[in-house]
Design a protein around this ligand. Structure first.
Ligand SMILES: NC(=O)c1ccc[n+]([C@@H]2O[C@H](COP(=O)([O-])OP(=O)(O)OC[C@H]3O[C@@H](n4cnc5c(N)ncnc54)[C@H](OP(=O)(O)O)[C@@H]3O)[C@@H](O)[C@H]2O)c1
Length: 185
């Protein structure tokens, strides 16, 4: 079964983007020659799954940054919304998270980078995340799009490692403790 993995940065007050999807507060912490482990992470993935919000924001940057196949979850976008130059790199899907993971398994894509706020929340709710690298950016932005949301149960995390960079970024690696299977007759 394909496993889900998160690599994401949030402001110290828990936001991944401004209300208008702005990422300027994050960009200003980018340091040349230090990718905060992103290169190693992405090279261990087989595909990227993101929601419409993240996809449209990436499109607004101009240059398509991904070499891996990207699956965009959306119930509102159509193939016409995918620019022609990336049409062979993007798969539009309306599948539920469990159905999508089943499709990725059939494709032989074992490790999926799960990205985007709402999409991460729904994969967490469905217990489809194995681990996460969470980078705290030393800034408070006060409002915006939250990384985590409501859950109908606790998600236990196992802290594996934390490192800090001179820029003030603090990155922690957590494994998600999978909920035990409950067998009923
Ligand atoms: N700080 C960081 O490191 C970082 C990383 C990634 C992204 N970001 C930013 O964070 C923001 C994320 O925004 P977001 O939370 O709105 O974006 P998102 O999770 O990327 O997209 C949410 C949209 O995906 C669609 N969707 C389809 N199936 C879904 C499902 N099962 N679960 C959830 N959504 C599903 C829905 O659109 P439809 O209405 O079309 O169905 C929904 O509105 C963006 O601005 C992005 O650029 C920041």
């Amino acid at each position: 079964m394909t496993t889900g993995h998160i690599f994401i940065a949030q402001s110290l007050d828990g936001f991944i983007a401004r209300p208008d999807h702005g990422l300027d507060w994050l960009m200003k912490f980018q340091v040349e020659d230090d990718d905060n482990g992103y290169g190693d992470f992405i090279s261990s993935m087989d595909c990227i799954v993101m929601g419409r919000g993240s996809f449209l924001n990436v499109l607004s940057f101009g240059e398509w940054p991904y070499e891996l196949p990207v699956i965009v979850l959306s119930n509102t976008l159509s193939q016409n919304d995918i620019p022609e130059n990336i049409a062979d790199k993007v798969i539009l899907s309306q599948l539920s998270p469990p159905e999508l993971m089943g499709m990725l398994t059939d494709l032989g894509w074992n490790r999926a980078y799960i990205d985007g706020g709402q999409v991460i929340q729904s994969f967490l709710r469905d217990d489809l995340i194995d681990d996460m690298v969470l980078t705290q950016i030393p800034i408070l932005i006060g409002k915006g799009i939250r990384l985590f949301g409501e859950l109908d149960r606790d998600v236990d995390l196992l802290h594996m490692d934390t490192s800090s960079a001179p820029s003030g970024l603090v990155s922690s690696f957590y494994k998600v403790v999978k909920k035990p299977l409950v067998l009923t007759n």
